[in-house]
Design a protein around this ligand. Structure first.
Ligand code: AHR
Length: 646
């Protein structure tokens, strides 16, 4: 009987919560907002650069592969499969004598006795045998290779191929000379395939090869020396309307364990075959084909301010054992590298580094206004070095804002100590906070920045809401996205303090995951946008100029009201499982129709490659008359309204 009563009650209980009123007067503004609030943090994690945004389809194209996380797996043949056809006889080795150049020290030496040898690259596939160069029928691909004839008599061809080495495009014939030389070809795929790049050597004698490259003919920034970027991912970034682009890390910028692993910007510029590869802190290699030049160009293309992060002479403090910090003398000498980077970005063509930038294709200076020195660093050793390095920058470039790290946590002694040091010594720096917290932490801390002194300037360089792990991953679900949205209402209210904020990490290749959750996922052909992506996009594309006082008669909704010259933005997040009738009393708005955009659904909803559109924002209109607009906020939703002002 009791069960029946409960069942009847549940049936008739309203799925709609109490009505709520939100009030604001568009003319009652109290804070100016930051016009650089929403930006991006790009790091080569989860194959974000190599195997991702960088258009190169081959992995380990230069036979330099090392593995800093697992040195036993440092295999120069990674992603390569080399074999002879039946009856063939050949030997091969990764050699280092007389390399292509000193920054590209190893190459493949092949010696054929008879028959054919096939040298095949599987791209960024994760499986051992499955090809990973996803090619599409009718699409064209640009290829190049460096070859050297060491006494070879025979025929060398190259093509896209299936796993058996059978071409799936017209083969190109290559004729090497006795010196290293670059050979190019273009392929058009005859079918969709997970392909291999296959170089076939048939005959007798010896030949060397190095620095192979395969890129889709249609790509972004094709004219850049690195070769260009994957267009669909560039468009996904553009969709976020970023005001800044932080790069290259993250831990990648600091380097791990040994100094050699630091990110040395000078190794990432100039002709692509002369860039010195470096093991990636997250595994694999950084080819630097997406190097500092390409980064500055990308930022410019996206309309984003570049925000480079350089190391502070302190290796990643989260990874031990690590080599000692730079001595103070070494730190003073290293300051020149940072000044050189600024010169590379902004110097005239009459400066050494400005001339290199011009030679690479961009005579005009880039709009560099910020530089971050250090990533997730803390402690006296770091702050001493930050002092030396930021002083050197300030002396030569007083107009550049330096960014100081406050460490890797949101709360506790470490960040409090960091803030004490920063307030005492670096009050003019922008302060880089990072935190990854449980989803519910975000709405619970929506008022975090209310208590910060208004003179403080924060750069929230990395954050994301983390759901409990399911299987091996933290899901990118709607709950995480809505908790981030709730938090962003607090960030917007405090954007006189929080000048910039970036979700992290930005990109992840399916099958090559180092970290979850991530904002944008991709595979060989598709791009998958997460609910968190849509939240970032919704907030970034409705950024106001001033914060407007607003209040509700219910504490459970998260909200912020902002305005520009002619539009009022109302952002409301409903984390409850019930719809909420909402009356908005908005003085100063014109009668007519506003626009609303809403992301809602079940909290556990995630998008997937199979069902990519489960959680996407929907647009509609909302009438307003005499300053009153009525609506119903769906359960589990973020809604942004825009109303024209009188
Ligand atoms: O975003 C992933 C990593 O998180 C970054 O490299 C590092 O700064 C932080 O710990």
């Amino acid at each position: 009987m009791r069960k029946v009563i409960l069942w009847l009650l549940a049936l008739f209980l309203p799925m709609t919560a109490q009505a709520v009123t939100l009030q604001a007067d568009a003319n009652d503004t109290y804070r100016e907002m930051s016009d650089t609030l929403y930006g991006l943090f790009f790091e080569d994690i989860n194959c974000a650069a190599d195997g991702g945004l960088y258009a190169e389809l081959l992995q380990n194209r230069s036979f330099e592969y090392e593995n800093i996380l697992n040195p036993q797996r440092a295999d120069h043949y990674t992603a390569w499969r080399i074999n002879t056809t039946p009856g063939g006889e050949a030997r091969w080795t990764v050699a280092a004598e007389e390399p292509l150049n000193e920054n590209n020290p190893t190459y493949l030496h092949v010696s054929v006795e008879q028959g054919k040898v096939r040298v095949m690259n599987q791209g960024f596939a994760s499986g051992a045998l499955k090809g990973g160069v996803t090619v599409q029928e009718g699409q064209s691909y640009d290829f190049f290779i460096y070859l050297r004839d060491r006494g070879f008599d025979g025929r060398i061809t190259v093509a896209l191929a299936d796993a058996g080495g059978n071409p799936i495009c017209e083969e190109a014939v290559l004729n090497p000379g006795v010196e290293w030389g670059k050979h190019t070809a273009s392929f058009t795929a005859l079918k969709d395939a997970d392909a291999w790049l296959c170089v076939t050597i048939e005959g007798r004698g010896e030949v060397d090869m190095d620095m192979l490259s395969l890129m889709p003919a249609e790509r972004f920034g094709k004219e850049w020396p690195g070769g260009g970027l994957r267009s669909d991912l560039v468009e996904a970034l553009r969709g976020l309307k970023p005001a800044f682009l932080r790069f290259p890390g993250g831990c990648v910028a600091e380097g791990s364990f040994v100094r050699e692993n630091e990110y040395n910007w000078k190794h990432t510029v100039g002709p692509v075959e002369q860039r010195r590869e470096n093991p990636n802190t997250w595994g694999g290699m950084q080819t630097y084909g997406l190097g500092y030049y390409e980064y500055f160009c990308l930022a410019e293309e996206l309309g984003a301010l570049p925000l480079p992060v350089v190391h502070a002479g302190v290796l990643c403090q989260a990874r031990e054992p690590r080599e000692a910090d730079y001595t103070l003398e070494e730190t003073r000498a290293y300051a020149q590298d940072i000044l050189d980077l600024i010169e590379f970005a902004t110097g005239g063509e009459d400066t050494a580094w400005g001339a290199l930038r011009a030679e690479m294709g961009h005579p005009e200076p880039f709009d560099l206004r910020y530089i971050a020195i250090g990533n997730e660093n803390w402690g006296t050793g770091y702050f001493t070095r930050y002092g030396i390095l930021s002083r050197a920058v300030k002396e030569k470039y007083p107009e550049i804002t330096c960014i100081v790290a406050a460490g890797p946590v949101a709360e506790g002694a470490l960040i409090n100590d960091s803030w004490n040091s920063i307030r005492a010594k670096f009050a003019d720096s922008l302060v880089d906070e990072h935190y990854y917290m449980d989803s519910m932490w975000f709405p619970e801390h929506v008022n975090r920045y209310d208590r910060y002194p208004r003179t403080t300037q924060v750069f929230l360089g990395e954050y994301a809401a983390h759901e409990p792990v399911q299987g091996s991953r933290r899901p990118n679900n709607l709950r995480a996205a809505l908790c981030e949205a709730a938090y962003l209402t607090g960030i917007e209210r405090n954007s006189d303090v929080v000048r910039m904020a970036a979700y992290a990490p930005l990109l992840a290749r399916e099958g090559q995951v180092d970290w979850t959750p991530d904002l944008i996922w991709f595979n060989g052909t598709d791009v998958l946008l997460t609910p968190s992506y849509y939240v970032q996009q919704m907030f970034a594309s409705t950024l106001g100029d001033w914060v407007v006082h607003s209040e509700t008669d219910d504490e459970s909704l998260f909200h912020v009201v902002t305005r520009t010259e002619d539009t009022l933005q109302v952002k409301v997040v409903n984390l409850e499982e019930k719809a909420v009738p909402l009356t908005m009393r908005l003085a100063g708005c014109a009668d007519g129709t506003g626009r609303s955009i809403c992301l809602c659904g079940e909290m556990k909803t995630s998008n997937s490659f199979v069902k990519p559109l489960k959680a996407v924002p929907a647009e509609s209109s909302c009438a307003i008359a005499d300053g009153v607009a009525e609506t119903v906020l769906p359960a589990c939703s973020v809604t942004i309204f825009e109303f024209p002002l009188q």
